[in-house]
Design a protein around this ligand. Structure first.
Ligand code: ATP
Length: 233
């Protein structure tokens, strides 16, 4: 099995080939799953409940190990969970963004500069001293993204980051991630059930029973899913 980003093609940020995963004593979740995400693009991952979307992201970030197949992903990778309360750990906004930099052993002025840059990128510099508990759901998701930007992540993996947000905040977040991808050369893979979010991405994958069954232009996939009542996203 090959993992890491050492020999990934220059035009790609994520490469998954024939990946298979099953839980102990469980049925297969991913079965020869293959996909490529081009560098500097914003792609989405769609599929019915239980089709393996979250499992694929967890494999990509190393939280799970596949039984077979190959994965390559550019480092560092940032992960944004559905529920931001599962990943924001410090009492204030600036402290939380800085927390992710501990391993880099930076000087204090470098940490301050990275935190300011990251909060500016998500338009939340004004809130740097605010307690985490006093943020909205959308603001918390943007802080999680700022943490990844501060760490200079090349790839963002987002697992239904808008699931707990109201519709306006949902579209603000997806538009902001698109802007970050385009302005900073990041690559993002975003799991969603919401077809209106497809308007913001460069391409999408459709996962069914652990395999990619369609991929490509978001508008075409959107039309396919709107005309397929048997695929309940
Ligand atoms: N910790 C676990 N132990 C055993 N089975 C699990 C575990 N986590 C998930 N599964 C199973 O793995 C399969 C794939 O789950 P996964 O969360 O990847 O699906 P998904 O496509 O992200 O679904 P959803 O859209 O509902 O979030 C499901 O059948 C699920 O029940």
């Amino acid at each position: 099995m090959k993992t890491g980003a050492t020999d990934i093609k220059p035009e790609l940020a994520i490469r998954v080939q024939d990946l298979s995963f099953k839980w102990p004593h469980g049925t297969p979740v991913l079965q020869s799953c293959s996909l490529d995400v081009p560098k500097g693009e914003f792609w989405m991952l769609l599929g019915t409940n239980g089709s393996g979307k979250s499992t694929l992201l967890r494999l990509l970030v190393g939280l799970l190990q596949p039984q077979s197949g190959e994965m390559q992903i550019r480092q560092p990778v940032g992960f944004v969970f559905q529920n931001p309360d599962h990943q924001l750990v410090m009492p204030t906004v600036a402290a939380d963004v800085a927390f992710g930099l501990v391993e880099e052993k930076l000087a204090p002025d470098q940490i301050i500069a990275r935190v300011r840059e990251a909060l500016t990128a998500v338009n939340l510099l004004d809130l740097q001293r605010r307690p985490i508990y006093a943020l909205s759901g959308g603001q918390k998701q943007r802080i999680a993204i700022a943490g990844a930007i501060a760490r200079r992540c090349e790839v963002l993996l987002l697992d239904e980051p808008t699931a707990l947000l109201d519709p306006d905040t949902q579209l603000d977040l997806v538009a902001q991630v698109r802007n970050l991808v385009k302005s900073r050369g990041l690559t993002a893979l975003w799991v969603t059930h919401r077809l209106d979010e497809l308007n913001y991405c460069d391409g999408a994958f459709l996962l069914e029973q652990g395999q990619v069954v369609d991929r490509g232009e978001p508008e075409r996939l959107k039309q396919r899913l709107m005309q397929a009542p048997n695929i309940a996203l």
